[in-house]
Design a protein around this ligand. Structure first.
Ligand code: UDP
Length: 239
């Protein structure tokens, strides 16, 4: 049985990653693959907090732009994250993994209201805990929500499963000379404006000494590899 490096993790998955090739909506084959790997981590005794973005349905700025007042657009984005959390919690339960949705915005028909202590209790019970609606406030991202929840639950690391396999010196889709970093400090990411998370999320991680591991979700088994301490993607930490 593999040994685990991180006992309690906060896993962040972008909404778009759940949409598969369509880039919109939900691809249940992808969700199934992700749930299989989460189950493997869960079976190893890893306590898993999960934040899922909402970009597969709606992003406040990108989709609302000048057509909507920002807070209204962001409210729709937060609701999108709740839809994703409900879908993934349902899929996890179908895989035999207990799951609960805790929402930063009260939605008692669909989820429990988030409190840090409820999350801690569920995680200690081996229940995968999904944090919906980001921070609960507009003008934030789910990356920031993920770091916030990661800090609150005192996670050992935040795993950022993205569309790229790490942090690069430039956009690898545009610049063929872009170089991937193995490790970076928060200061380096911020000073060089590297594309990792938004600045609010990065500074929150820095202020709270929270380690970030950025890697590609394309191979969902990467989640397990990171949990077991394999060095893939890019690690952002103090030194
Ligand atoms: N959002 C928000 N506050 C938060 C988190 C998210 O208003 O604390 C809204 C915002 O409009 C954002 C959308 O929810 O664009 C979806 O989140 P995000 O863009 O981070 O999703 P991802 O790109 O990870 O799928």
């Amino acid at each position: 049985m593999p040994t685990i490096k991180y006992k309690r993790i906060l896993l962040k998955i972008s909404g778009e990653a759940l949409a598969g090739e369509a880039h919109r909506g939900l691809d249940f084959a992808v969700i199934h693959e992700v749930c299989e790997v989460i189950k493997q981590c869960h079976d190893l005794g890893v306590q898993i907090g999960l934040v899922i973005g909402g970009g597969n349905f709606w992003r406040g700025v990108k989709d609302g732009a000048d057509k909507m007042q920002r807070s209204h657009g962001d409210a729709m984005g937060m609701l999108a994250t709740l839809m994703n959390a409900i879908a993934v919690a349902d899929a996890l339960e179908k895989h035999g993994v207990p799951a609960r949705v805790l929402s930063a915005v009260e939605a008692p028909k669909f989820s429990e209201y988030f409190t840090r202590d409820a999350a801690d209790r569920y995680l200690n019970q081996g229940i995968v805990t999904l944090f919906a609606c980001g921070t609960g406030s507009p003008y934030f991202s789910t990356d920031t929500g993920a770091v916030l929840r990661g800090v609150e639950i005192e996670a050992d690391a935040i795993l950022l499963a993205k569309n790229v396999d790490g942090i690069y010196s430039a956009d690898p889709n545009v610049d063929p000379a872009a170089v991937k970093f193995d490790t970076l400090t928060y200061d380096e990411v911020l000073a060089r404006h590297l594309k990792a998370t938004d600045t609010t999320a990065m500074t929150l991680a820095m202020d709270n000494h929270m380690k970030l591991v950025c890697f590609a979700l394309k191979e969902p088994s990467n989640i397990l590899r990171v949990v077991c301490g394999e060095k893939i993607g890019t690690i952002v930490k103090e030194d």
